[in-house]
Design a protein around this ligand. Structure first.
Ligand code: GLN
Length: 493
């Protein structure tokens, strides 16, 4: 499955210098998708014609010496919960099967302005709810490293598309790990920016106090480059922060000297697969070698992150998804003639999948009178304690490091019968969203596991978590780590 694919920066550089054309790059990406997607199922939609027109436009601009954006000609895959004008956008849900947005998400407008060329929309868990991509109405995505394993979720299609060398850059969204965990499972890099760093306008909302959009790439430098384009305030999203946007690429100086990295030992040792711990410990040595100082820290409330997250996100989801009622857009039950109430309930019953229904019901329950104080309010209080844990940690360290997932990529079907087991797999990612901090997952190891007739090589990831709006430091440390190890250059075979 391996194909030599350059990163986004290299591709944009080659196009700008005339060493290749945007149309040739676009054709190569489309060929690759045509070859691997029938088995991967990473794309819900491939927009070949539109992509080739846009690529030709980039080549024309170059020929005319018109200014080119920093991502000019870079093939881009977009998670299917982000609106692109005129392009079917489904959130991998039957209820939006026919939805065509009349506007662009702000991130789409920014990336296209920078010259990126959208080649398609990627498969994901329905409304981004899941950790394995198995909750998609269009079937699961397969992991490019091992076809019977999950690519992670919910941005499984985006991560698989980057790992399988279809595109050097994909967009994901991360509410509780959906960029970082699939990036870890597919052996690529995934960045969840600080809450508010990137506008959410045009993202189909799951849990609005947690959702963030970010890039999935083949290396840290491309993540920095993409964030540079994505970041900044937006009049269309009042939560998009006014915070100044630094030069992220400039922060990558190749080492981690002077950086204090906190290791939450007690939190990390519990219930973590031995192969993940071994990779993690080896990675800590590499960080020391790159100049970082390691410091033991404590996040005493992190163990409550799963229940807190699954109360908060379901509460917000039940409210956000109330809009899918068969009236305004998307699917309407053909059996809708028996009155308004029947139309609502038939449409939602037929349109939503099992996990989405489970969350709507859970969320409605935790918000209902009589239970609100016991569940939702309590969860928000523990969320504050979690924030205080991180605040305290960041008094003595600049970055916190953890595995991204407690296990290597698991098998398709392995956790589908037991939602709780699936939720527990999110233990290391969700606290980061609950507090709003930036986090980046990078490859940090490969574990070999026997399978009938051979051996699976499975990627392991770890994440760096930074202070609010300090993506620059986690990018710097992740880049230094990438340079001292080989993990980001491994390819699925
Ligand atoms: N796996 C988590 C969930 O199921 C996170 C999903 C996400 O980040 N969108 O909610």
């Amino acid at each position: 499955m391996s194909a030599p694919v350059a990163g986004a920066r290299a591709i944009a550089g080659d196009i700008a210098a005339g060493r290749t054309s945007a149309v040739d790059v676009c054709r190569a990406a489309l060929d690759r998708i045509a070859r691997v997607n029938p088995s991967l199922n990473a794309f819900n939609l491939v927009t070949a014609e539109r992509a080739l027109v846009r690529a030709a436009d980039i080549d024309r601009r170059r020929a005319a010496n018109a200014p080119l954006g920093p991502l000019a000609g870079v093939p881009l895959a977009v998670k299917d919960n982000l609106c692109v004008r005129g392009m079917r956008t489904t959130a991998s849900s039957r209820i939006l099967d026919t939805f065509v947005p009349p506007y662009d998400a702000t991130v789409i407008a920014k990336l296209e302005q920078a010259g990126a060329v959208i080649v398609g929309k990627t498969n994901c868990d329905e409304f981004a709810m899941g950790s394995s991509n198995e909750n998609s109405a269009y079937g699961p995505v397969r992991n490019p490293w091992a076809a019977d394993r999950t690519p992670g979720g919910s941005s499984g299609g985006s991560a698989a598309a980057v790992a399988a060398a279809c595109v050097p850059l994909a967009l994901g969204s991360d509410t509780g790990g959906s960029i970082r965990q699939p990036a870890a499972f597919c052996g690529v890099t995934g960045l969840k920016p600080t809450y508010g760093r990137v506008s959410r306008y045009g993202l189909l909302a799951f849990a609005s106090s947690l959702d963030q959009i970010g890039p999935i790439t083949r290396n840290v430098e491309d993540a920095a480059l993409a964030l540079q384009v994505l970041a900044g305030p937006d009049p269309m999203d009042s939560t998009a922060a006014q915070e100044a946007v630094p030069d992220f690429t400039k922060a990558l100086d190749g080492h981690a000297r002077g950086v204090r990295i906190g290791v939450p030992r007690a939190f990390v040792s519990d219930g973590v697969d031995g192969s993940v711990l071994a990779s993690f410990d080896a990675a800590l040595d590499a960080l020391r070698a790159a100049g970082a100082t390691l410091v033991d820290i404590d996040l005493p409330h992190a163990k409550y992150a799963i229940p807190v997250y699954y109360l908060v996100c379901t509460a917000e989801a039940s409210s956000n998804l109330a809009r899918y009622d068969g009236v305004k857009y998307g699917y309407r039950s053909p059996d809708a003639s028996k009155g308004l109430k029947a139309m609502y309930s038939r449409t939602r019953d037929e349109g939503f999948g099992a996990e989405v229904k489970r969350r709507i019901m859970l969320g409605t329950y935790v918000l209902s009178a009589g239970y609100y104080d016991a569940f939702y309010l309590k969860a928000q209080q523990v969320r504050t304690l979690l924030r205080q844990d991180y605040d305290r940690a960041f008094e003595s360290v600049d970055v916190v490091v953890m595995p991204t997932s407690p296990t290597p990529p698991f098998r398709l079907g392995e956790k589908t019968d037991d939602p709780l087991q699936m939720y527990l797999a999110d233990i290391f990612t969700v606290s980061v969203n609950l507090v709003g901090l930036p986090g980046i997952s990078v490859p940090c190891g490969i574990v070999e596991q026997p399978r009938p007739g051979g051996v699976d090589r499975l990627p392991i990831g770890m994440q760096f978590v930074g202070r609010m709006f300090d993506e620059a430091t986690i990018l710097r440390v992740a880049d230094a780590f990438e340079r001292t190890t080989e993990w980001s250059r491994q390819e699925p075979c």
